[in-house]
Design a protein around this ligand. Structure first.
Ligand code: PHE
Length: 344
């Protein structure tokens, strides 16, 4: 009997050892320690033993049961740990894998250009002003020395809303508005970026809606040389130190004298190439000395005050700076175009 119990223990421990899964282990437990198992059987048959044998066998049977139970428990723990480790391993996250790219938006090229222009002029003491896009005939034309039926109105084909209201054709009305606000007794030094509208047929260089940045400086003793100095500073900071500027006579009813400003071509440095149409120069803005009548209409005494004004088109400037060949790219918002110009 004792030998049988010993053999049972050895056999059971071997089976425990061989169990590969928790289910195997459970089978081993049931077959050795279950109600119909051999140990239970031994314990059940104790009655048939002699009184001397009974305690000896009883003790041994209990020991065998304890040994098997302990082995089962230890093995169970080992298997559970192994299963957990396996699970952890299969579910580990590789933190070194690159993440999925997230599409990040950015500011529009035009916004960036306008901001850059603003920063440069703020650096020269200009403040930023705004005006309405739906403008009165008075501010858009009359206050700028363009009375009704003035032929120069033809230079800017307009979208009229009523007889007296239109979509502004330029940002120059903000000159008259700002001077009006300053009541004729304070210097004005402002730039005004904004959208403007003209009845043009859209093509590579024309758009019925585009952007302008207006500039106005009115004070005692403002001269043409101030205009030239400010614009020269702007051109060099914006386009590069090596760029030259040149002023050519032009005509605007609200400035006298009027000029157009060219910058030297960055491709050929003035030699003449296809970008500058063989002239060596590229036109970038219009400006001039504020016409005395315009000062007077806005409440500034032209005997005391003088000023300069200019207007530029950020689209054109962006096209020159980045070699964009079609103005419509700014408005069709193809992200492949837009993405090239911001560092996301
Ligand atoms: N408003 C003019 C235009 O749109 C530009 C300009 C502004 C000219 C200020 C002179 C002074 O063409």
């Amino acid at each position: 009997m004792q030998e049988k119990l010993q053999a049972l223990q050895t056999e059971a421990l071997e089976h425990v050892e061989q169990a590969k899964t928790l289910a195997d282990l459970q089978n081993v437990r049931v077959s050795y320690l279950g109600k119909k198992g051999p140990i239970t059987e031994v314990l059940r048959g104790m009655g048939k033993l002699s009184p001397e044998e009974r305690p000896v066998i009883g003790e041994l049977a209990n020991k065998v049961r304890e040994a098997i139970t302990e082995a089962l428990d230890t093995k169970k723990q080992n298997l559970e740990e192994a299963a957990l480790n396996e699970q952890l391993k299969s579910e580990t996250i590789d933190v070194t894998l690159p993440g999925r790219p997230v599409q990040v938006g950015g500011s529009h090229l035009l916004t960036d250009i306008v901001t850059e222009i603003e920063d440069l002029f703020i650096g020269m003491g200009f403040e930023i002003k705004e005006g309405p896009e739906v403008e009165t005939d008075y501010y858009n034309f009359e206050a700028l020395n363009l009375p009704k039926d003035h032929p120069a109105r033809d230079m800017q084909d307009s979208f009229y809303i009523t007889e007296e209201l239109l979509l502004r054709t330029h940002t120059s009305p903000v000159q008259a508005r700002t001077m009006g606000e300053y009541k004729g007794n304070k210097p004005v030094k402002m730039i005004c970026p904004g959208k403007v509208y003209r009845r043009d047929t859209d093509d590579a260089t024309h758009s019925h809606q585009f952007t302008q940045v207006e500039g106005l400086y009115v004070d005692k003793d403002v001269r043409m040389s101030d205009l030239k100095g400010v614009l020269n500073q702007f051109a060099k900071q914006f386009f590069g130190e090596e760029r030259e500027i040149r002023l050519r006579p032009s005509f605007f009813p609200f400035t006298e004298p009027s000029v157009e400003m060219d910058i030297s071509c960055k491709v050929c440095h003035g030699e003449g190439c296809s970008v500058c149409k063989k002239t060596g120069w590229i036109e970038i803005l219009g400006g001039g000395m504020v016409h005395p009548d315009v000062l007077e209409m806005a409440g500034y005494d032209p005997e005391v005050y003088s000023g300069f004004a200019f207007g530029m088109g950020p689209e054109r400037i962006a096209m020159l700076k980045y070699g964009v060949d079609d103005i419509r790219h700014f408005y069709t918002n193809d992200v492949r175009f837009l993405k090239q110009y911001h560092q996301a």
